[in-house]
Design a protein around this ligand. Structure first.
Ligand code: FEO
Length: 403
């Protein structure tokens, strides 16, 4: 990513990583990602807001050179995770006069994760301001807008909010300002699902606070800058709210077609009631597990219901289903209803295992349907009954979003 002007004497100097396919060894990033670092030059002092992933240190250093900056006074770390702080040391080697700026929590986490001497960090707290001369940076804490240490910083005079992971997207594009293509909005939703959704209540409060702030521009730590903040703020308001869509997501596996027959019947019967249905095959290809689980987790941002559909393997659910269920449990979706269907050959503990794995999902549970072998006509009648019950309950929800 070249040096990109964000405003007068404000530059994006971070790095693009389009070939990155997985984040945190977990989250699929089919569009790669970026590690944004922002250089803000005041009349007296210059601040660099965040660094980049250590793998891309050279790009950051080259960009800083290209920007013409000769002195950095402050290296502000908005969040300790290494994709933003991992190249701090290289920056400090090039610009030894720079003071690392962070909250108390960031100071502690830099000590833990990067073995920084706590004395290296100039500690700021909520509401503190950093004077750059003709420009002022104000700090706002947003704990758990990924880790406990995240914070934002607001450039008052320009009304630019540097929002750290909040409002980010794993989306590498050379067009940093060509925001809000459908593809990028989807990347932002996927990012919200896996990073922000587990902390929905806090994220809702932060979004409201940013609304009040009325930033002219939101510059996150990943993905394009939100040139029109309402695009992302209105989505965050919806995603953090309680309302859901008339959507049923069905992650499934089928080894010998029995579970597949159940899923197809269920999907047809739910669709016939005017519901949207997405079926996510977690076992179709070698990369299905990560990619389709990623899609499934994104569905959970606003799906009214989830139906886990699995065959029985060695007495329990298929391991791919256990993986997806575990992640779904971790992101604590607002999904209103949950059911399980599946098949077995001679005995099964699938329901028991999946129930134990999904205790954080506070959805109302519908009766589980597990069939022995290939579904019979009687089994399909039971699928129809499940579809009917689920459909009626979703349609009766008081607060439904447009699909
Ligand atoms: Fe982009 Fe939580 O680091």
């Amino acid at each position: 990513m070249p040096v990109l002007p964000v405003g007068e004497r404000i530059y994006e100097v971070g790095a693009s990583h389009p070939e990155r396919q997985l984040f945190d060894c977990l989250m699929p990033t089919p569009h790669g990602t970026t590690y944004n670092a922002y250089l803000v030059m005041g009349s007296e002092k210059t601040a660099l807001i965040d660094a980049v992933d250590p793998e891309k240190t050279d790009i950051l250093l080259n960009n800083l050179k290209e920007s013409g900056v000769t002195q950095i006074d402050y290296l502000i770390t908005l969040h300790t995770e290494q994709d933003h702080s991992g190249s701090n040391t290289a920056v400090l080697s090039r610009y030894p006069m720079a003071r690392v700026v962070g909250s108390e929590k960031i100071r502690d986490m830099l000590e833990t994760h990067l073995h920084y001497d706590p004395g290296q960090v100039m500690v700021i707290k909520e509401g503190d301001k950093l004077d750059l001369g003709d420009r002022t940076l104000q700090f706002m804490m947003i704990p758990f807008a990924h880790w406990p240490d995240n914070m934002m910083v607001y450039l008052e005079e320009e009304r630019i909010l540097f929002s750290s992971d909040l409002f980010g997207s794993h989306y590498a594009t050379p067009k940093m300002f060509a925001t809000s293509s459908a593809e990028q909005r989807l990347a932002a939703k996927s990012y919200f699902a896996e990073i922000m959704m587990p902390f929905r209540a806090q994220i809702s409060r932060y979004t409201a606070k940013v609304r009040q702030l009325k930033p002219r521009l939101i510059a996150p730590a990943h993905g394009p800058v939100w040139y029109d903040p309402d695009v992302i703020l209105s989505r965050y308001e919806r995603w953090t709210g309680d309302a859901v869509k008339k959507l049923v997501t069905i992650p499934y596996i089928s080894m010998h077609d029995s579970t597949q027959v159940l899923v197809e019947r269920l999907a047809v019967k739910l669709s016939a009631q005017g519901l949207s249905v997405v079926c996510r095959n977690l076992g179709n290809r070698p990369d299905s597990l990560t990619l389709e689980t990623g899609h499934f987790i994104m569905d959970l941002v606003d799906a009214a219901a989830v139906v886990l559909a699995t065959p029985t393997v060695l007495g329990g659910p298929h391991p791919n289903m256990a993986y997806a269920a575990m992640i779904a449990n971790a992101v604590r979706p607002k999904t209103k209803f949950m059911a399980m269907v599946g098949s077995y050959g001679w005995a099964t503990q699938a329901e028991k295992t999946l129930t134990a794995l999904t205790g954080n999902i506070k959805a109302e549970r519908l009766p589980t349907l597990l069939v022995k072998g290939l579904p019979t006509q009687d089994d399909l009648v039971k699928v129809d009954e499940l579809a009917s019950e689920l459909g009626q309950r979703i349609q009766a929800l008081p607060d439904l979003l447009e699909s």
